[in-house]
Ligand binder design. Structure first.
Ligand SMILES: *Cc1c(COP(=O)(O)O)cnc(C)c1O
Length: 371
C-alpha cells in the first residue's frame, strides 16, 4: 500500500467548501466584555412565565426521548391558528426546516432563488445540497416580485422569501405574495419564511398561512425564537400540503425537538397576553427609534421602514456604519454590521428595552455630531 505524500484527510465536497459560514450576532466585545445583545432579534422582555413553568416541568425527565410526533405542540399551534395538526411540521429552529426544504426539493444542477439582502441561511441551505443559489435584485431593500419571476428557469426548484425580511425589515404585501405564487410553476416550492409574522399588525397579514392551506407548493415557516422568547430551545414549525409535510418528515432528525422545548412552546403560543405585550412594546419602540434616526437625517442617517423587531439603519454621512458599530460596541451594545451581506453602509439594531433604545439613540446622535 502506498502512503499518500501528504495526508490532508478527506476533502469536503466542492460545494460544501464554497460555503461562507453563518455569522451569529455578537454577544461579547472583541476584548471579551459582555455586552447588551441587540444583534440577534431576541425578545428583550424574555420568555412568558407560563412557558418558563412548562419548560421546568418538561425538563423533569431527561432520560426519555421526546415525543417524536410533537403531538401536544402541534395541537397548541393548530388551535391558535385554525390549522390541521397533521399538516404541521416542526424543526430544530425554523433553520432546520429551511435546510430540509432545500434538501427535499433541490440538488446538484438545480437552482434555489431568493432576493438580495434575503436571510443569509438561504445561501447555505442551497449550497449545502449542491444546488446553485440565484439572487434577484432588490427594490429599495425589499422584495421585487418581477425581478424574482424574471429569474425563474426550468432549473428553479425552490424560492425562499422572508416576510418580513431579515435583515431589512421590509414587508412584501399580500397582493404581491399572491402574484408571485400565481406566476410560479406549481412544481417550484415557494417557502415563505415568517419568522417575524407575530410582530405584524393584523392588517399587514401577508396571507401566507391561508395560501399554504390550499396551495400544493407553498411551505410557510414560523419560529419560537423571536416573539416567543425561546431561541435557546431551537423550535420552529411549518405548514404545507400533505405531500410536502411527508417529504420533510422523511429527512428531519428523528427526535428533532426536545421534551422541555415542546412543552414550553405549547405554553408560549397559548399565552396570547405575553405575545400581545411583546408586540405592543416592539411597535412602540421601533417607531420611536425610527423617528430618532430620521431626526439625524442631517447627519446622513436614515431607517428602512421596518415591520419586524429590528431596524436597518443606513449611514450615508460622515459617521459610517462601521464606526457606529464600533462606538456602540465600546459603549456596551452589540448590533449587526453587515458588510458580508452587501450592506457595508448599514447596521441592524434589534428593538430592545426602553432604556436600551434611549441609550442607543443618544450614542448615535453623539457620534454623528462629533465625528
Ligand atoms: C431568526 C430567523 C429564522 C430562524 O430562526 P430559528 O431560530 O432557526 O427558528 C428564520 N428566518 C429568518 C428570516 C430569521 O430572521
Amino acid at each position: 500500500m502506498n502512503a499518500p505524500q501528504s495526508d490532508t484527510g478527506p476533502a469536503p465536497k466542492s460545494w460544501i467548501a464554497a460555503i461562507a459560514p453563518y455569522v451569529p450576532g455578537k454577544a461579547a466585545s472583541d476584548d471579551g466584555r459582555p455586552v447588551v445583545k441587540l444583534s440577534a432579534n431576541e425578545n428583550p422582555l424574555g420568555t412568558s412565565p407560563a412557558a418558563r413553568a412548562a419548560f421546568a416541568e418538561g425538563s423533569a425527565d431527561l432520560a426519555t426521548y421526546p415525543d417524536p410526533g410533537a403531538a401536544k405542540l402541534r395541537e397548541a399551534i393548530a388551535r391558535v391558528h385554525g390549522l390541521d395538526p397533521a399538516r404541521i411540521i416542526y424543526g430544530a429552529g425554523s433553520d432546520e426546516l429551511l435546510h430540509i426544504a432545500a434538501s427535499a426539493y433541490a440538488g446538484p444542477g438545480d437552482e434555489v432563488l431568493y432576493v438580495r439582502y434575503g436571510f443569509s441561511v438561504y445561501d447555505i441551505a442551497a449550497r449545502r445540497v449542491g444546488a446553485t443559489p440565484v439572487v434577484a435584485p432588490d427594490k429599495d431593500y425589499g422584495t421585487d416580485v418581477d425581478a424574482l419571476l424574471a429569474l425563474v428557469s426550468e432549473r428553479t426548484r425552490v424560492v425562499f422569501l422572508a416576510n418580513p425580511n431579515n435583515p431589512t425589515g421590509t414587508m412584501t404585501p399580500r397582493g404581491e405574495i399572491a402574484r408571485l405564487h400565481a406566476a410560479l410553476p406549481t412544481d417550484v416550492l415557494l417557502v415563505i419564511d415568517q419568522a417575524y409574522a407575530e410582530y405584524l399588525d393584523a392588517e399587514d397579514d401577508d396571507g401566507a398561512l391561508e395560501l399554504a392551506k390550499t396551495a400544493s407548493n407553498v411551505l410557510v415557516t414560523r419560529t419560537f425564537s423571536k416573539i416567543y422568547g425561546l431561541a435557546a430551545e431551537r423550535i420552529g414549525w411549518g405548514y404545507a400540503a400533505p405531500p410536502i409535510v411527508e417529504a420533510l418528515h422523511r429527512i428531519r432528525a428523528p427526535f428533532n425537538i426536545t421534551t422541555a422545548g415542546q412543552a414550553a412552546a405549547a405554553a408560549a403560543i397559548a399565552d396570547a397576553q405575553w405575545v400581545e405585550a411583546s408586540r405592543t412594546h416592539n411597535s412602540r419602540w421601533r417607531q420611536w427609534l425610527t423617528e430618532q434616526v430620521e431626526g439625524m437625517g442631517n447627519h446622513g442617517l436614515s431607517a428602512v421602514p421596518s415591520k419586524a423587531n429590528f431596524l436597518l439603519v443606513l449611514f450615508k454621512g460622515r459617521l459610517t456604519a462601521e464606526r457606529a458599530f464600533q462606538g456602540l460596541m465600546q459603549a456596551g451594545y452589540a448590533t449587526r454590521w453587515l458588510p458580508g451581506q452587501g450592506l457595508p453602509d448599514a447596521l441592524r439594531i434589534t428593538i430592545g428595552t426602553e432604556a436600551q433604545m434611549r441609550d442607543v439613540a443618544r450614542l448615535l446622535r453623539d457620534m454623528a455630531e462629533t465625528v
